[in-house]
Design a protein around this ligand. Structure first.
Ligand code: ADP
Length: 173
């Protein structure tokens, strides 16, 4: 089975990495795909997000990193993907996810491989982590010159450095 793990990954967190590796362990191939969404203003550019993801997964032989825009189903059809991987941190994630899963299933029925959405439950140690909270807390920590231990537990080293660079630079201004 070839699966896609789509998301904004702004930035990639230890929660995302956990879901990617657990799903890749039972798939032939996993494509971690950054959604290039023109309606959102991310902290990290698509190129920065892709570079961080590629560094994180450089030793995972069946995980690759790509970018897509537009309909997920069109990208999936082009790549021969048959499953979508998503992570569930709690009931809100499920509530938000369900309509997308139903739409994606319906939209994909004409494809050679109609899509299934597969959910992986968050590891309790990571269930409180989201890209947006990480950014919010990191901004306060780096702009206030505080200890970043709590951020280092939530993101990989490459992201920690990138967050520090972004927010320490805004502190200087
Ligand atoms: P976020 O919600 O953190 O901004 P994304 O939009 O990139 O992240 O989410 C991509 C997918 O990863 C979604 O299915 C989301 O539920 C899941 N996810 C995000 N953070 C975690 C986490 N800490 N543990 C498990 N799954 C997660």
């Amino acid at each position: 089975m070839i699966a896609i793990y789509p998301g904004s990954f702004d930035p990639v967190t230890n929660g995302h990495i956990n879901i990617a590796r657990r799903s890749a362990a039972i798939m032939e191939r996993l494509i971690v795909a950054v959604l290039d969404n023109p309606h959102k203003t991310p902290l990290f550019s698509v190129d920065e997000r892709v570079a961080m993801l590629r560094e994180v997964f450089c030793n995972d032989s069946n995980i690759e990193v790509d970018v897509f825009s537009g309909l997920l189903v069109s990208y999936a059809g082009m790549k021969g993907i048959n499953a979508i991987v998503r992570g569930l941190r709690g009931p809100d994630d499920l509530q938000n996810e369900l309509p997308y899963a139903i739409w994606n299933r319906q939209l994909s029925l004409g494809l050679a491989k109609p899509l299934e959405t597969m959910y992986f439950t968050a590891e309790p140690a990571f269930a409180h982590i989201s890209g947006s909270i990480v950014k919010e807390v990191a901004a306060h920590i780096y702009q206030g010159g505080l200890d970043d231990k709590i951020i280092s537990q939530a993101v990989p080293a490459v992201v920690l450095t990138a967050l520090k660079d972004k927010y320490s630079a805004s502190r200087m201004q």
